[in-house]
Design a protein around this ligand. Structure first.
Ligand SMILES: NC(=O)c1ccc[n+]([C@@H]2O[C@H](COP(=O)([O-])OP(=O)(O)OC[C@H]3O[C@@H](n4cnc5c(N)ncnc54)[C@H](O)[C@@H]3O)[C@@H](O)[C@H]2O)c1
Length: 384
């Protein structure tokens, strides 16, 4: 039985845009035994007021005012990427725990600073993307750890989309996603890199090419429908990387792929192949074995116990933060892994500009698969 909880985590939501409206605000209602929304802040004060009225809490137009609110234990940073470093550090300095949407900071040195401030002050930073919290990731790590496909030699990854502005149903103006301080790689690469490093640990070195393939974007829908935006961050990135242990990989990431039925990640081992499907999380795993000894021959689907696509998506990071703060459980989506991911992204720019292979300086050792949470059928972490 899990330890009894010491109450609810009081959340101040910073940024009431799409991610808040689609995922995080409803999650505070769905998991209201673990989470209590006590404040909503947005530079658009009317928007903050609208969602504070709908979901509860005090409305703020200025995040520094919200950081002074004693009714806020943890701040969920859901603003455009260029504000993350400043707002995460300010929240930590105000003694608040933090949830931060991707990316956790702008650059690698910022990310290290966030880790150090949090560690020095005994505060938690729960980081998106939440792949480490999903049952499919646990299953994937289990299969690899048990040596089902033997030593892994080659990895192929694709983490691409057409970008949020290309989707129907935009509640806000998504043009900032294509401009400096953001971009396809800072949005997309983290999903695949958390998945990869969660299975195989840190990347040792990389070489990359980057370009801007679609220099002008047109917002398809929502309040900015029809707006033309020039993209000032490369949207098309192809990377070759070395995991050590004679294991090499390739990855494409950015905002240039409308759709794909190919796996998001393929692992090629001495004794078989694993294909992983799903964008934000592992939704399907296929396994190939050619094994005359056990009679397992050809492709098969691997079951994923506890898969819950609705509630397990982004706000799993809020629950894991509540588990860490209230019950002292280890935070499995912590900032050291994401700092490594941010260094990877930064080194892609260095390599693309210099034309040189670049070594990583940070490393990451993942937890073992059985340390990852198991989800019950209602999507809550616990024992099954
Ligand atoms: N849009 C998506 O599909 C999606 C999906 C998952 C995660 N995310 C992540 O969620 C985060 C937010 O993205 P979004 O899509 O919700 O963007 P958005 O533009 O819809 O919302 C951002 C909100 O932040 C507010 N804001 C801007 N600057 C602020 C400031 N200085 N202080 C307070 N509020 C401020 C804006 O007014 C807006 O309401 C990003 O990190 C993004 O990567 C987005």
């Amino acid at each position: 039985m899990p330890e009894p909880s010491k109450g609810r985590l009081k959340i101040g939501m910073l940024g009431a845009g799409a991610a808040a409206q689609w995922y995080y605000l409803p999650a505070t209602q769905h998991w209201n035994d673990r989470l209590q929304l006590t404040a909503v802040c947005d530079v658009d004060e009317a928007r903050a007021g609208q969602f504070a009225d709908q979901y509860g809490g005090t409305a703020y137009g200025d995040y520094e005012a919200m950081l002074g609110d004693p009714e806020v234990d943890a701040v969920a940073v859901l603003t455009p990427h260029r504000f993350h470093t400043e707002q995460v550090i300010a929240a930590l300095q105000a003694g608040k725990h933090v949830l931060v949407e991707k990316p956790m900071a702008e650059g690698f040195s910022d990310a290290v600073q966030v880790c150090e401030i949090a560690e020095r002050n005994g505060l938690h930073v729960s980081c998106a993307p939440p792949n480490m919290l999903h049952p499919g990731q646990r299953r994937l790590m289990e299969i690899v750890a048990k040596g089902v496909i033997g030593k892994i030699n080659l990895i192929k990854m694709s983490q691409n989309s057409m970008g949020p502005g290309a989707r129907p149903g935009a509640p806000t103006d998504f043009s900032w996603f294509y401009q400096s301080g953001a971009g396809g790689m800072s949005s997309m690469a983290g999903y695949g890199l958390v998945r990869l490093t969660g299975v195989l640990g840190g990347v040792k070195s990389l070489a990359a090419m980057s370009t801007t393939s679609i220099p002008e974007r047109v917002m398809r829908d929502g309040p900015a429908a029809g707006k033309r935006v020039s993209a000032d961050v490369p949207d098309n990135n192809v990377i070759v990387f070395d995991m050590g242990n004679d294991t090499l990989g390739t990855m494409d990431t950015g905002y240039v792929a409308m759709s794909s039925e190919s796996p998001m990640m393929s692992l090629f081992g001495n004794d078989g192949t694993i294909e992983v499907y799903g964008g934000d999380q592992v939704l399907r795993i296929r396994l190939y074995r050619d094994d005359w000894k056990t009679n397992v021959d050809g492709w098969q689907d691997v079951d994923i116990p506890g898969l819950d696509t609705r509630w397990a998506l982004h706000p799993a990071t809020l629950l894991s933060l509540a588990d860490a703060v209230l019950d002292g459980k280890p935070l499995l989506n912590g900032p050291r892994q994401l700092a490594h991911v941010i260094e990877f992204i930064e080194k892609v720019w260095v390599s693309a500009e210099s034309g040189q292979r670049v070594d990583m300086t940070s490393d990451y050792t993942p937890p073992t698969w059985d340390e990852l949470p198991v989800e019950t059928s209602d999507g809550k972490f616990g024992l099954v």
